[in-house]
Design a protein around this ligand. Structure first.
Ligand SMILES: [Zn+2]
Length: 49
């Protein structure tokens, strides 16, 4: 299963990715620590419409 990194829009493999975070009941996956950090600092910016 491929997921989309909400920060940089890169595809990440859910089965191997180590960087993930839960937010409002959804799990988000990241390609790099910087992307995870950016998301956690301002999640609404990345999941908002
Ligand atoms: Zn990324």
């Amino acid at each position: 299963m491929m997921a989309i990194d909400p920060v940089c829009k890169m595809e990440v493999d859910e089965t191997t990715v180590k960087l993930k975070t839960a937010y409002k009941g959804e799990t988000y996956y990241f390609c790099a620590p910087g992307c995870k950090k950016a998301f956690e600092e301002n999640p609404e910016e990345y999941i908002g419409e």
